[in-house]
Design a protein around this ligand. Structure first.
Ligand SMILES: [Zn+2]
Length: 510
Protein backbone atom coordinates (compact mmCIF):
# COMPACT_ATOMS: atom_id res chain seq x y z
CA UNK A 1 0.00 0.00 0.00
CA UNK A 2 1.24 3.46 0.83
CA UNK A 3 4.52 4.35 2.45
CA UNK A 4 3.59 6.06 5.69
CA UNK A 5 6.82 7.90 6.43
CA UNK A 6 8.33 10.46 4.09
CA UNK A 7 11.76 9.60 2.79
CA UNK A 8 14.25 10.64 5.46
CA UNK A 9 16.97 11.54 2.98
CA UNK A 10 14.71 13.98 1.18
CA UNK A 11 13.40 15.44 4.41
CA UNK A 12 16.87 16.49 5.43
CA UNK A 13 17.58 18.38 2.23
CA UNK A 14 17.94 22.08 2.87
CA UNK A 15 15.60 23.29 0.18
CA UNK A 16 12.24 21.67 -0.33
CA UNK A 17 10.91 21.55 -3.90
CA UNK A 18 9.23 24.78 -4.98
CA UNK A 19 5.43 24.89 -5.23
CA UNK A 20 5.75 24.72 -9.02
CA UNK A 21 7.93 21.62 -8.73
CA UNK A 22 5.50 20.05 -6.25
CA UNK A 23 2.59 20.78 -8.61
CA UNK A 24 4.51 19.07 -11.41
CA UNK A 25 5.27 16.03 -9.23
CA UNK A 26 1.63 15.77 -8.13
CA UNK A 27 0.55 15.99 -11.78
CA UNK A 28 2.99 13.29 -12.71
CA UNK A 29 1.67 11.05 -9.95
CA UNK A 30 -1.92 11.79 -10.93
CA UNK A 31 -1.38 10.84 -14.58
CA UNK A 32 -0.31 7.39 -13.39
CA UNK A 33 -3.13 7.04 -10.87
CA UNK A 34 -6.23 8.67 -12.35
CA UNK A 35 -8.16 5.44 -12.29
CA UNK A 36 -7.50 4.87 -8.59
CA UNK A 37 -8.28 8.49 -7.66
CA UNK A 38 -11.53 8.55 -9.62
CA UNK A 39 -12.53 5.20 -8.15
CA UNK A 40 -12.03 6.54 -4.63
CA UNK A 41 -14.11 9.62 -5.46
CA UNK A 42 -16.89 7.59 -7.13
CA UNK A 43 -17.18 5.16 -4.22
CA UNK A 44 -17.46 8.08 -1.82
CA UNK A 45 -20.09 9.80 -3.99
CA UNK A 46 -22.13 6.61 -4.14
CA UNK A 47 -22.98 6.85 -0.42
CA UNK A 48 -26.07 9.07 -0.07
CA UNK A 49 -25.18 12.03 2.13
CA UNK A 50 -28.20 14.13 3.05
CA UNK A 51 -27.49 15.32 6.61
CA UNK A 52 -30.85 14.16 7.99
CA UNK A 53 -30.47 10.63 6.53
CA UNK A 54 -28.84 9.31 9.70
CA UNK A 55 -27.90 5.73 8.64
CA UNK A 56 -26.31 6.91 5.41
CA UNK A 57 -24.56 9.93 6.87
CA UNK A 58 -23.00 7.57 9.44
CA UNK A 59 -21.86 5.35 6.55
CA UNK A 60 -20.16 8.37 5.00
CA UNK A 61 -18.35 9.06 8.25
CA UNK A 62 -17.23 5.43 8.58
CA UNK A 63 -16.03 5.48 4.98
CA UNK A 64 -14.09 8.68 5.64
CA UNK A 65 -12.41 7.09 8.63
CA UNK A 66 -11.25 4.25 6.37
CA UNK A 67 -9.96 6.74 3.81
CA UNK A 68 -8.02 8.65 6.47
CA UNK A 69 -6.67 5.60 8.27
CA UNK A 70 -5.48 4.15 4.98
CA UNK A 71 -3.08 7.12 4.98
CA UNK A 72 -2.01 6.58 8.56
CA UNK A 73 -3.94 9.64 9.72
CA UNK A 74 -5.00 9.44 13.38
CA UNK A 75 -8.77 9.76 13.36
CA UNK A 76 -11.41 10.67 15.95
CA UNK A 77 -15.15 10.87 15.51
CA UNK A 78 -16.64 13.82 17.41
CA UNK A 79 -20.24 12.68 17.86
CA UNK A 80 -23.29 14.80 17.09
CA UNK A 81 -26.59 13.39 18.34
CA UNK A 82 -28.79 12.24 15.46
CA UNK A 83 -26.41 13.56 12.83
CA UNK A 84 -23.15 12.62 11.16
CA UNK A 85 -20.16 13.13 13.46
CA UNK A 86 -17.41 15.63 12.87
CA UNK A 87 -14.60 13.52 11.45
CA UNK A 88 -11.34 14.79 12.89
CA UNK A 89 -7.92 13.69 11.70
CA UNK A 90 -4.34 14.49 12.58
CA UNK A 91 -1.09 13.88 10.73
CA UNK A 92 2.01 15.08 12.50
CA UNK A 93 5.28 15.75 10.70
CA UNK A 94 8.27 15.89 13.04
CA UNK A 95 10.02 18.79 11.28
CA UNK A 96 6.92 20.91 10.77
CA UNK A 97 6.77 24.35 12.35
CA UNK A 98 3.13 25.14 11.59
CA UNK A 99 -0.18 23.31 11.95
CA UNK A 100 -2.90 23.73 9.36
CA UNK A 101 -6.50 22.56 9.75
CA UNK A 102 -8.27 21.65 6.53
CA UNK A 103 -12.06 22.04 6.68
CA UNK A 104 -14.61 20.48 4.33
CA UNK A 105 -18.09 18.99 4.73
CA UNK A 106 -19.17 15.55 3.62
CA UNK A 107 -22.92 16.06 3.69
CA UNK A 108 -24.81 17.41 0.69
CA UNK A 109 -28.03 19.24 -0.07
CA UNK A 110 -31.23 17.18 -0.32
CA UNK A 111 -31.91 15.78 -3.80
CA UNK A 112 -34.93 15.64 -6.09
CA UNK A 113 -33.88 12.66 -8.23
CA UNK A 114 -36.53 13.41 -10.87
CA UNK A 115 -34.90 16.76 -11.60
CA UNK A 116 -31.54 15.14 -12.42
CA UNK A 117 -30.84 14.40 -16.08
CA UNK A 118 -29.58 10.91 -15.20
CA UNK A 119 -32.19 10.39 -12.48
CA UNK A 120 -29.79 9.01 -9.85
CA UNK A 121 -27.84 11.61 -7.87
CA UNK A 122 -25.88 8.96 -5.95
CA UNK A 123 -24.76 6.97 -8.98
CA UNK A 124 -21.84 8.97 -10.38
CA UNK A 125 -22.03 9.51 -14.14
CA UNK A 126 -19.16 10.57 -16.41
CA UNK A 127 -19.85 13.00 -19.26
CA UNK A 128 -17.48 14.39 -21.89
CA UNK A 129 -18.58 17.95 -21.12
CA UNK A 130 -21.16 19.98 -19.27
CA UNK A 131 -24.77 18.99 -19.97
CA UNK A 132 -25.54 22.59 -21.03
CA UNK A 133 -22.74 22.35 -23.60
CA UNK A 134 -24.09 19.06 -24.98
CA UNK A 135 -21.83 16.81 -22.86
CA UNK A 136 -22.60 13.14 -23.58
CA UNK A 137 -22.67 10.33 -21.09
CA UNK A 138 -19.58 8.13 -21.49
CA UNK A 139 -18.38 5.00 -19.68
CA UNK A 140 -15.65 5.28 -17.04
CA UNK A 141 -12.52 4.20 -18.92
CA UNK A 142 -11.08 0.75 -18.27
CA UNK A 143 -7.69 0.69 -16.68
CA UNK A 144 -5.04 -1.89 -17.46
CA UNK A 145 -1.32 -2.32 -17.02
CA UNK A 146 -0.61 -1.54 -20.68
CA UNK A 147 -2.98 1.30 -20.97
CA UNK A 148 -3.45 3.75 -18.15
CA UNK A 149 -6.79 5.50 -17.90
CA UNK A 150 -6.63 9.04 -19.16
CA UNK A 151 -9.42 11.30 -18.08
CA UNK A 152 -9.76 14.46 -20.13
CA UNK A 153 -9.74 17.64 -18.05
CA UNK A 154 -13.01 18.77 -19.64
CA UNK A 155 -14.88 15.66 -18.60
CA UNK A 156 -17.26 15.98 -15.70
CA UNK A 157 -18.55 13.70 -12.98
CA UNK A 158 -22.22 14.21 -12.17
CA UNK A 159 -23.39 13.30 -8.66
CA UNK A 160 -24.54 15.01 -5.46
CA UNK A 161 -21.52 16.49 -3.64
CA UNK A 162 -19.23 15.81 -6.61
CA UNK A 163 -18.15 19.40 -6.08
CA UNK A 164 -19.78 20.45 -2.80
CA UNK A 165 -17.90 19.20 -0.87
CA UNK A 166 -16.60 15.66 -1.29
CA UNK A 167 -14.12 16.19 -4.10
CA UNK A 168 -11.83 18.56 -2.14
CA UNK A 169 -11.51 15.83 0.50
CA UNK A 170 -10.45 13.29 -2.11
CA UNK A 171 -8.12 15.86 -3.72
CA UNK A 172 -6.40 16.48 -0.38
CA UNK A 173 -5.92 12.76 0.32
CA UNK A 174 -4.70 12.11 -3.23
CA UNK A 175 -2.24 14.98 -2.81
CA UNK A 176 -0.87 13.31 0.33
CA UNK A 177 -0.49 10.05 -1.63
CA UNK A 178 1.32 11.92 -4.40
CA UNK A 179 3.76 13.59 -2.01
CA UNK A 180 4.57 10.27 -0.41
CA UNK A 181 5.01 8.52 -3.74
CA UNK A 182 7.38 11.30 -4.80
CA UNK A 183 9.11 11.34 -1.40
CA UNK A 184 8.28 14.97 -0.73
CA UNK A 185 7.88 15.63 3.01
CA UNK A 186 4.96 17.62 4.40
CA UNK A 187 5.97 21.09 5.57
CA UNK A 188 3.07 21.36 7.99
CA UNK A 189 1.24 19.32 10.57
CA UNK A 190 -2.14 18.59 9.08
CA UNK A 191 -5.44 18.36 10.91
CA UNK A 192 -8.76 17.82 9.19
CA UNK A 193 -12.29 18.72 10.21
CA UNK A 194 -14.89 17.08 8.00
CA UNK A 195 -18.39 18.17 8.96
CA UNK A 196 -21.55 16.13 8.38
CA UNK A 197 -24.31 18.75 8.68
CA UNK A 198 -23.08 21.89 6.93
CA UNK A 199 -25.92 21.86 4.42
CA UNK A 200 -28.35 21.50 7.33
CA UNK A 201 -27.09 24.69 8.96
CA UNK A 202 -24.06 23.53 11.00
CA UNK A 203 -26.34 23.62 14.05
CA UNK A 204 -24.03 21.55 16.24
CA UNK A 205 -20.62 22.50 14.87
CA UNK A 206 -19.76 25.22 17.36
CA UNK A 207 -20.77 23.16 20.39
CA UNK A 208 -19.03 20.04 19.10
CA UNK A 209 -15.78 21.86 18.38
CA UNK A 210 -15.83 23.66 21.71
CA UNK A 211 -16.18 20.30 23.47
CA UNK A 212 -13.05 19.10 21.69
CA UNK A 213 -11.12 22.34 21.70
CA UNK A 214 -8.03 20.50 22.93
CA UNK A 215 -7.72 18.81 19.52
CA UNK A 216 -7.92 22.01 17.54
CA UNK A 217 -4.68 23.83 18.23
CA UNK A 218 -3.47 25.20 14.90
CA UNK A 219 -1.95 28.25 13.21
CA UNK A 220 -4.39 28.43 10.32
CA UNK A 221 -7.57 26.87 9.01
CA UNK A 222 -8.09 26.39 5.28
CA UNK A 223 -11.63 25.87 4.05
CA UNK A 224 -12.14 24.02 0.79
CA UNK A 225 -15.84 24.83 0.52
CA UNK A 226 -17.13 26.75 -2.50
CA UNK A 227 -16.15 27.21 -6.14
CA UNK A 228 -13.28 29.06 -7.79
CA UNK A 229 -13.77 32.40 -9.56
CA UNK A 230 -16.30 32.67 -12.42
CA UNK A 231 -13.37 33.21 -14.80
CA UNK A 232 -12.18 29.68 -14.03
CA UNK A 233 -9.02 31.04 -12.43
CA UNK A 234 -7.92 29.70 -9.02
CA UNK A 235 -9.19 31.60 -6.00
CA UNK A 236 -7.99 32.43 -2.50
CA UNK A 237 -10.53 34.28 -0.35
CA UNK A 238 -10.29 35.70 3.13
CA UNK A 239 -13.82 36.20 4.35
CA UNK A 240 -17.48 35.69 3.92
CA UNK A 241 -20.63 37.52 4.83
CA UNK A 242 -23.03 36.88 7.64
CA UNK A 243 -26.73 36.48 7.05
CA UNK A 244 -30.06 37.15 8.76
CA UNK A 245 -33.60 36.21 7.73
CA UNK A 246 -36.77 38.19 8.47
CA UNK A 247 -40.40 37.26 7.92
CA UNK A 248 -42.63 40.25 7.29
CA UNK A 249 -46.44 40.22 7.10
CA UNK A 250 -48.69 43.23 6.52
CA UNK A 251 -52.42 42.99 7.29
CA UNK A 252 -55.66 44.25 5.75
CA UNK A 253 -59.18 43.22 6.83
CA UNK A 254 -59.66 39.95 8.74
CA UNK A 255 -60.57 38.18 5.48
CA UNK A 256 -60.14 38.67 1.75
CA UNK A 257 -62.95 40.88 0.42
CA UNK A 258 -64.82 41.11 -2.90
CA UNK A 259 -62.84 43.71 -4.85
CA UNK A 260 -65.97 45.09 -6.53
CA UNK A 261 -67.96 45.54 -3.36
CA UNK A 262 -65.07 46.66 -1.13
CA UNK A 263 -62.35 47.96 -3.45
CA UNK A 264 -61.40 51.65 -2.98
CA UNK A 265 -62.44 51.26 0.65
CA UNK A 266 -60.77 48.19 2.17
CA UNK A 267 -57.05 48.78 2.87
CA UNK A 268 -54.96 46.67 0.51
CA UNK A 269 -51.99 45.02 2.28
CA UNK A 270 -50.31 44.14 -1.02
CA UNK A 271 -50.13 47.84 -1.86
CA UNK A 272 -48.97 48.70 1.66
CA UNK A 273 -46.26 46.09 1.60
CA UNK A 274 -45.13 47.27 -1.84
CA UNK A 275 -44.87 50.86 -0.61
CA UNK A 276 -42.98 49.75 2.47
CA UNK A 277 -40.47 47.62 0.58
CA UNK A 278 -39.97 50.29 -2.07
CA UNK A 279 -39.18 52.81 0.65
CA UNK A 280 -36.30 50.65 1.93
CA UNK A 281 -34.04 51.14 -1.09
CA UNK A 282 -33.25 53.84 -3.61
CA UNK A 283 -33.63 53.20 -7.33
CA UNK A 284 -29.95 52.28 -7.63
CA UNK A 285 -30.11 49.82 -4.75
CA UNK A 286 -28.78 51.89 -1.85
CA UNK A 287 -30.47 50.88 1.40
CA UNK A 288 -32.22 53.91 2.92
CA UNK A 289 -32.59 52.49 6.42
CA UNK A 290 -30.96 54.72 9.08
CA UNK A 291 -27.43 53.65 9.95
CA UNK A 292 -27.51 50.66 7.61
CA UNK A 293 -23.89 51.02 6.50
CA UNK A 294 -22.48 52.57 9.70
CA UNK A 295 -21.19 49.45 11.47
CA UNK A 296 -19.37 47.94 8.50
CA UNK A 297 -15.63 47.75 9.16
CA UNK A 298 -13.99 49.77 6.38
CA UNK A 299 -11.83 47.87 3.91
CA UNK A 300 -8.09 48.17 4.48
CA UNK A 301 -5.78 49.50 1.78
CA UNK A 302 -4.62 45.91 1.08
CA UNK A 303 -8.22 44.77 0.68
CA UNK A 304 -9.05 47.70 -1.60
CA UNK A 305 -6.03 46.95 -3.74
CA UNK A 306 -7.03 43.28 -4.02
CA UNK A 307 -10.54 44.29 -5.12
CA UNK A 308 -9.15 46.64 -7.73
CA UNK A 309 -6.97 43.83 -9.10
CA UNK A 310 -9.81 41.33 -9.37
CA UNK A 311 -10.95 40.44 -12.88
CA UNK A 312 -13.88 42.54 -14.02
CA UNK A 313 -16.31 40.20 -15.74
CA UNK A 314 -19.43 42.21 -14.96
CA UNK A 315 -20.17 42.83 -18.65
CA UNK A 316 -20.05 39.07 -19.37
CA UNK A 317 -22.37 38.37 -16.46
CA UNK A 318 -24.81 41.08 -17.57
CA UNK A 319 -24.90 39.55 -21.04
CA UNK A 320 -25.34 36.01 -19.75
CA UNK A 321 -27.99 36.97 -17.20
CA UNK A 322 -29.98 39.39 -19.37
CA UNK A 323 -29.35 42.45 -17.20
CA UNK A 324 -29.44 45.91 -18.81
CA UNK A 325 -28.70 47.99 -15.74
CA UNK A 326 -27.29 46.51 -12.52
CA UNK A 327 -27.95 48.11 -9.15
CA UNK A 328 -25.14 49.80 -7.27
CA UNK A 329 -24.82 53.13 -9.06
CA UNK A 330 -21.95 51.99 -11.29
CA UNK A 331 -19.95 50.08 -8.67
CA UNK A 332 -18.51 46.70 -9.66
CA UNK A 333 -20.13 43.50 -8.43
CA UNK A 334 -17.14 42.63 -6.22
CA UNK A 335 -17.24 46.04 -4.54
CA UNK A 336 -20.95 45.65 -3.81
CA UNK A 337 -20.33 42.23 -2.25
CA UNK A 338 -18.22 44.00 0.39
CA UNK A 339 -21.27 45.94 1.59
CA UNK A 340 -24.27 44.79 3.62
CA UNK A 341 -27.23 43.89 1.44
CA UNK A 342 -30.99 43.89 1.82
CA UNK A 343 -32.84 41.44 -0.35
CA UNK A 344 -36.49 40.50 -0.87
CA UNK A 345 -36.24 36.71 -1.06
CA UNK A 346 -39.89 36.21 -1.87
CA UNK A 347 -43.32 37.82 -1.90
CA UNK A 348 -46.83 36.48 -1.53
CA UNK A 349 -50.35 37.92 -1.43
CA UNK A 350 -53.55 36.18 -2.56
CA UNK A 351 -53.25 34.58 -6.02
CA UNK A 352 -51.90 35.28 -9.49
CA UNK A 353 -52.16 33.82 -13.00
CA UNK A 354 -54.84 31.18 -13.52
CA UNK A 355 -55.66 31.26 -9.82
CA UNK A 356 -56.20 35.03 -9.68
CA UNK A 357 -59.30 36.01 -7.73
CA UNK A 358 -61.04 39.39 -7.70
CA UNK A 359 -60.30 40.13 -4.08
CA UNK A 360 -58.69 42.66 -1.82
CA UNK A 361 -56.18 40.35 -0.05
CA UNK A 362 -56.27 40.00 3.73
CA UNK A 363 -52.49 40.00 4.04
CA UNK A 364 -49.25 40.28 2.16
CA UNK A 365 -46.03 38.54 3.09
CA UNK A 366 -42.40 39.10 2.29
CA UNK A 367 -39.33 37.10 3.18
CA UNK A 368 -36.33 39.37 3.63
CA UNK A 369 -32.68 38.69 4.14
CA UNK A 370 -29.69 40.84 4.88
CA UNK A 371 -26.12 39.78 4.18
CA UNK A 372 -23.81 41.18 6.82
CA UNK A 373 -20.21 42.28 6.54
CA UNK A 374 -17.49 42.40 9.17
CA UNK A 375 -18.33 44.66 12.09
CA UNK A 376 -22.08 44.12 11.99
CA UNK A 377 -24.13 42.44 14.70
CA UNK A 378 -27.00 40.25 13.40
CA UNK A 379 -29.55 41.27 16.03
CA UNK A 380 -28.66 44.93 15.67
CA UNK A 381 -29.21 44.69 11.91
CA UNK A 382 -32.65 43.23 12.54
CA UNK A 383 -33.41 46.03 15.01
CA UNK A 384 -32.43 48.66 12.43
CA UNK A 385 -34.79 47.15 9.86
CA UNK A 386 -37.64 46.78 12.39
CA UNK A 387 -37.17 50.39 13.57
CA UNK A 388 -37.39 51.58 9.97
CA UNK A 389 -40.69 49.72 9.45
CA UNK A 390 -42.04 51.28 12.64
CA UNK A 391 -40.93 54.72 11.46
CA UNK A 392 -43.00 54.24 8.30
CA UNK A 393 -46.08 54.18 10.52
CA UNK A 394 -46.49 50.46 11.18
CA UNK A 395 -47.47 49.00 14.52
CA UNK A 396 -45.01 46.13 15.06
CA UNK A 397 -46.08 42.77 16.43
CA UNK A 398 -44.56 39.29 16.56
CA UNK A 399 -47.85 37.33 16.42
CA UNK A 400 -51.08 37.29 14.43
CA UNK A 401 -52.91 40.55 15.26
CA UNK A 402 -55.93 40.41 17.56
CA UNK A 403 -59.15 42.14 16.54
CA UNK A 404 -58.41 44.84 19.13
CA UNK A 405 -54.99 45.49 17.57
CA UNK A 406 -56.52 45.59 14.10
CA UNK A 407 -59.10 48.14 15.24
CA UNK A 408 -56.53 50.30 17.02
CA UNK A 409 -53.82 50.49 14.30
CA UNK A 410 -54.24 51.42 10.65
CA UNK A 411 -51.02 49.70 9.64
CA UNK A 412 -49.79 46.51 11.28
CA UNK A 413 -46.63 44.59 10.45
CA UNK A 414 -45.62 41.27 11.95
CA UNK A 415 -41.83 41.22 11.91
CA UNK A 416 -40.16 37.97 12.92
CA UNK A 417 -36.41 37.54 13.31
CA UNK A 418 -35.43 34.15 11.96
CA UNK A 419 -31.91 34.29 13.31
CA UNK A 420 -28.59 34.59 11.62
CA UNK A 421 -24.89 34.97 12.18
CA UNK A 422 -22.13 37.45 11.65
CA UNK A 423 -19.51 37.81 8.95
CA UNK A 424 -15.89 36.80 9.27
CA UNK A 425 -12.84 38.25 7.56
CA UNK A 426 -9.17 37.40 8.01
CA UNK A 427 -6.68 40.24 7.42
CA UNK A 428 -4.97 39.77 4.07
CA UNK A 429 -1.66 41.21 5.23
CA UNK A 430 -0.90 38.62 7.93
CA UNK A 431 2.29 36.67 7.14
CA UNK A 432 0.29 33.45 6.82
CA UNK A 433 -2.25 35.09 4.52
CA UNK A 434 0.54 36.18 2.21
CA UNK A 435 2.19 32.75 2.47
CA UNK A 436 -0.98 30.99 1.30
CA UNK A 437 -1.37 33.34 -1.66
CA UNK A 438 2.28 32.91 -2.61
CA UNK A 439 2.08 29.10 -2.57
CA UNK A 440 -1.17 28.96 -4.55
CA UNK A 441 0.14 31.46 -7.11
CA UNK A 442 3.40 29.59 -7.49
CA UNK A 443 1.58 26.25 -7.88
CA UNK A 444 -1.42 27.25 -9.97
CA UNK A 445 -0.51 30.49 -11.69
CA UNK A 446 -0.03 34.17 -11.09
CA UNK A 447 -3.54 34.80 -12.37
CA UNK A 448 -4.92 33.35 -9.12
CA UNK A 449 -7.73 35.62 -7.96
CA UNK A 450 -7.35 36.97 -4.42
CA UNK A 451 -10.58 38.18 -2.81
CA UNK A 452 -11.00 39.94 0.56
CA UNK A 453 -14.38 38.29 1.09
CA UNK A 454 -16.74 36.10 -0.83
CA UNK A 455 -20.32 37.30 -1.12
CA UNK A 456 -21.73 34.10 0.32
CA UNK A 457 -22.34 33.09 3.92
CA UNK A 458 -20.77 30.21 5.81
CA UNK A 459 -20.55 30.30 9.61
CA UNK A 460 -16.78 30.73 9.68
CA UNK A 461 -17.13 32.94 12.77
CA UNK A 462 -17.26 29.61 14.62
CA UNK A 463 -13.58 29.08 13.86
CA UNK A 464 -12.79 32.72 14.54
CA UNK A 465 -14.32 32.27 18.00
CA UNK A 466 -12.03 29.30 18.57
CA UNK A 467 -9.10 31.61 17.92
CA UNK A 468 -8.42 30.27 14.42
CA UNK A 469 -7.72 32.55 11.49
CA UNK A 470 -8.94 31.07 8.23
CA UNK A 471 -8.42 31.33 4.49
CA UNK A 472 -10.55 29.85 1.68
CA UNK A 473 -8.84 27.80 -1.02
CA UNK A 474 -11.65 26.28 -3.10
CA UNK A 475 -10.88 24.16 -6.16
CA UNK A 476 -14.11 23.20 -7.95
CA UNK A 477 -15.59 24.75 -11.09
CA UNK A 478 -17.94 27.69 -10.70
CA UNK A 479 -20.63 26.18 -12.98
CA UNK A 480 -21.00 23.10 -10.78
CA UNK A 481 -24.75 23.39 -10.03
CA UNK A 482 -24.01 23.08 -6.33
CA UNK A 483 -27.14 22.68 -4.19
CA UNK A 484 -29.20 22.04 -7.34
CA UNK A 485 -29.84 19.11 -9.68
CA UNK A 486 -27.03 17.91 -12.00
CA UNK A 487 -24.28 18.90 -9.57
CA UNK A 488 -20.99 18.20 -11.27
CA UNK A 489 -17.22 18.37 -11.00
CA UNK A 490 -15.00 19.37 -13.92
CA UNK A 491 -12.01 17.05 -13.73
CA UNK A 492 -9.48 19.67 -14.86
CA UNK A 493 -10.38 21.69 -11.75
CA UNK A 494 -10.10 18.60 -9.57
CA UNK A 495 -6.63 17.79 -10.91
CA UNK A 496 -5.50 21.38 -10.41
CA UNK A 497 -6.92 21.27 -6.89
CA UNK A 498 -4.73 18.28 -6.07
CA UNK A 499 -1.71 20.25 -7.20
CA UNK A 500 -2.69 23.29 -5.13
CA UNK A 501 -3.28 21.23 -1.99
CA UNK A 502 -0.05 19.28 -2.61
CA UNK A 503 1.90 22.53 -2.82
CA UNK A 504 0.29 23.87 0.37
CA UNK A 505 1.15 20.69 2.26
CA UNK A 506 4.70 20.62 0.97
CA UNK A 507 5.59 24.31 0.98
CA UNK A 508 3.40 26.41 3.25
CA UNK A 509 5.51 28.22 5.82
CA UNK A 510 5.81 31.66 7.27
ZN1 LIG B 1 -20.42 23.43 0.63
Amino acid sequence: MLALAPCAARAQKATPPTPAQVAQEVRDYRLDNEDRIIRELSEFLAIPNVATDTPNIQKNAAHLVEMLEARGIETHLLPVTGRGPVVFGKLITAEAKRTVIFYAHYDGQPVDAAAWTDGKPFEPVLRDGAIEAGGKRIPFPENSAQHRAVYDGNWRIYARSSSDDKSPIVALLAAIDALRAKEIPLAVNLKVIFEGEEEAGSTNLQRTLELHKNLLGADLLITADGPVHQSGRPLVFFGNRGDIGIDLTVYGAVRALHSGHYGNWAPNPAMELSRLLASMKSADGRVLIDGYYDDATPLTEVEKKALAEMPDNDADLERELGIAQPEGGGKKLVELLMQPSLNVRGLRSAYVGDQAQNVVPEKAEASLEARLVKGEDPKHKFDQIAAFIEKQGFYLIDHEPTIEERRAHAQIAKVVYEGGYRASRTPMDLPMSKAVVDVVRAAAGNDTVVMPSSGGSVPMYIFEDLGLQWVGVPIVNYDNHQHSSDENLRLGHFWRGMEIYGAILADLNW
